[in-house]
Write a protein that binds this ligand. Sequence first.
Ligand code: ATP
Length: 358
Amino acid sequence: MVMITLEGITKKFGDFTALDRINLKIEDKEFMALLGPSGSGKSTLLYTIAGIYRPTAGRIYFDDRDVTEIPPKDRNVGLVFQNWALYPHMKVFKNIAFPLELKKAPKGEIEKKVREVSKMLHIERLLDRYPWQLSGGQQQRVAIARALVKEPDVLLLDEPLSNLDALLRLEVRAELKRLQKELGITAVYVTHDQAEALAMADRIAIIKEGKILQVGDPDEVYYKPAYKFVAGFLGSPPMNFVEAEIKEGNLYIYQSIIPVPQQYREIVKKLNISEALFGFRPHDAEIVKGEGKGIKGEVYSFEPLGREQIVTVAVDGEVFVKVFAPEGEHFKFGEKVTIIPNEGRVILFDKKTEKALE
Ligand code: ATP
């Protein structure tokens, strides 16, 4: 297995910079998710690791070996794409065996390895079928089997589950995670689905406009986002942001005044900051009826979700924030409420740079 090191990777398409000086270390046996919005450069980075794209600048290492100039076929990587085109005229067995046949592996070995990997992915019963006789989830598993059969050092996946329906996606994602750990294979997984990244990855690299904004384990990026962008990209619904003025140890949020959270008192004083973005997650606040100590607003909408409900609150008629409330509580449109954010979980961001204060 292999550790991947990216050093100053830049990729330009003409004048357009798709990747801008990316530095990233992916540990041996690690599951790294590349997470970001459409067009942020995730796939470009994956194809660069695969060797399909050559970087405009920078070096790529697999362990100590510089692979920057090495073609894809000599990097021993397994690739799984969103459109997992299987060869339609070949049965499943042959589809999976194909990479080994290309390598001219002995027949007995091919047979053994195809059986092994099929067992792992629970597709042994399908080996004699054609791709069109399979469901989407089964086709996906065949594609993963084909990538794994040649025992790659690195598994690279580009939104491999996005063509599956929601239920199947949950099922295959759990299996994929287990399999990756069982095989102890280094995996890089491109997705724009924050829930998928949080659920599957050991660490997540959040990418925006060709730059990595933050790398961390799911807890770190969720609870300690370095930027407003990261905070707003993770979680559903995402973090709430309201503008706050800071005066004499208090935050002025529209008509409400609350103390600067304990963990920020020193830094706010030290930097002499007079305004900030106040961020809190919908799960990290309490909503109480009437006007109290907290952020005052009016109920704009509520959406029952079974065990809980999302309440949207208009603050000063100008800004909307979302909070979770227990299922039994009844709200009326326009009713006055107060939101009390959990002080310890509040994040303050610099208004200009949108960087978390620290
Ligand atoms: P998505 O989630 O939509 O697949 P992504 O984050 O994977 O997005 P990339 O496919 O890496 O994004 O593309 C990053 C940027 O580079 C985009 O603006 C895209 O238009 C551009 N780009 C990608 N490939 C090429 C190419 N071959 N030629 C020119 N521009 C390209």
